[in-house]
Design a protein around this ligand. Structure first.
Ligand SMILES: [Zn+2]
Length: 428
């Protein structure tokens, strides 16, 4: 069995960025082609498929659309020739004639996306826009939550994954009602309750193990992120503290909540009452990192740095353990080059400043040969630039959301650029 990758926040950031670009591309008729190729597909089969589509395209009535579609298919076939073997995850290719300024100004644009998880189905689409659903689906969280409601009369076990709620099991207990019937001694009655409760707990514990342990091990590529237990009365706490289910599941309990029912209605109430928790849970990992970063800064331990220049410096030294980048960062890293002598320089600027910079580029003179033949050699999103640099030296990258409290502090206080170091740096 191949190991299921857990897409990293940086990888998902890059995918989201790519999707945003592709979403904006609009063409005419059916001129934009989207092609999803699973990793186990034979490339020659794909090429044959495309050749057939090329033949079909010759029947397209509109002359301009016919040309656009055929050009796009030709371009894809040429790209496939260069690819020797497909990556395990497969590949997504988007090619189409995009108008730059109305009809007749179309230029062929092409994009290759290496997905963070496997493409499972071969798909070929011609439309006026790119077909992006399979990629968008990959952005959906794969994490699973275990939800349990339990009280003295029964329990319900459920899982929540993304927005899908699955009620897995409902059981009822044989625990008698709170008040004994006449004729029984109070002590005997309490013993009965105790015994029935203990049997009920054991049964509930077995269901816990059966339902949630496989998720813990991630057999379906899922990952149990946390367990929330709800119910009325003290049963839920007693159950959470008991030893009737695996200790690894116990470690996953993140919250115990008061709800009124022990059935599906109870599960729904539990979700409602835990909305904040569930919504923010994916951010808990990054929250902890930001808190750790800020603790190092506050205590001046020498284990944290911030600011773009510092980050580049320590990245190049291989000194950064975790690089934290706010998703709010809207900067680009631009490299300019002298076409006369080859001198070049990189600088960082706000994304919206770029067009102004480009307009004034002829004012720049090369510091080496004084030529004014300066041009933009490359232009990369700053998060992408720093993230790639970090990955190339084995540094973990975490994209910090802008919507959490800690994320907001990280953005406002540190400009959204920080790092936790592998070792203490003395000459800071
Ligand atoms: Zn020069």
């Amino acid at each position: 069995m191949s190991e299921k990758k857990d897409p990293k926040s940086f990888e998902l950031y890059l995918l989201k960025k790519r999707i945003d670009i592709l979403k904006k591309k609009k063409g005419y008729h059916t001129a934009l082609i989207s092609l999803y190729i699973p990793g186990n597909k034979t490339l020659s089969d794909v090429t044959n498929y495309l050749k057939n589509e090329y033949g079909q395209a010759s029947n397209i009535k509109s002359k301009s659309n016919r040309k656009n579609v055929m050009d796009a298919i030709t371009s894809i076939i040429a790209k496939l020739k260069v690819i020797k073997t497909l990556p395990e995850e497969g590949i997504a290719i988007f090619v189409g004639a995009i108008p730059t300024n109305g009809a007749g100004t179309e230029k062929l644009e092409s994009y290759i996306v290496l997905p963070p998880e496997n493409i499972t189905t071969f798909r070929y689409y011609c439309s006026s826009e790119f077909y992006l659903d399979p990629l968008i689906e990959m952005l959906r969280p794969k994490n699973v939550f275990g939800l349990i409601v339990i009280d003295r009369s029964g329990a319900t076990f459920a899982t929540l994954q993304g927005s899908t709620l699955n009620i897995v099991q409902n059981i009822s207990s044989a625990v008698p009602g709170k008040h004994g019937k006449g004729g029984q001694s109070q002590r005997r009655f309490e013993r009965l309750i105790e015994q029935a409760t203990s049997e009920f707990f054991i049964r509930a514990g077995e269901h816990m193990n059966k339902i949630y342990l496989p998720l813990l091990e991630g057999e379906e590529g899922n990952k149990l992120e946390g367990i929330i237990i709800g119910g009325s009365g003290p049963t839920k706490e007693k159950f959470a503290e008991s030893n009737v289910f695996d200790y690894r599941l116990k470690e996953k309990i993140i919250s115990i909540v008061d709800v009124g029912y022990n059935d599906e209605a109870g599960i729904k109430e539990l979700i409602k009452k835990s909305e904040d928790l569930l919504e923010n849970f994916q951010f808990i990992k990054e929250r902890n990192l930001v808190q750790k970063f800020m603790m190092h800064i506050a205590k001046d331990t020498g284990y944290a740095i911030y600011g773009e220049e510092e980050i580049r410096k320590y990245l190049n030294m291989g000194a950064i353990d975790v690089l934290l980048l706010s998703e709010n960062l809207d900067y680009i890293r631009v490299q300019i080059e002298c076409n006369n002598c080859g001198w070049n320089e990189e600088q960082t600027m706000r994304s919206q400043e770029f067009s102004k910079f480009e307009d004034k580029i002829s004012d720049i003179h090369c510091p080496k040969c004084n030529s004014s033949l300066i041009s933009v050699k490359s232009k990369v999103d700053l998060i992408e630039y720093l993230g790639n640099l970090a990955e190339s030296v084995g540094t973990r990258v975490e994209i910090i959301s802008g919507s959490t409290e800690e994320g907001g502090q990280f953005w406002a206080g540190f400009g959204g650029l920080g790092a936790i170091l592998r070792y203490k740096v003395e000459d800071k």
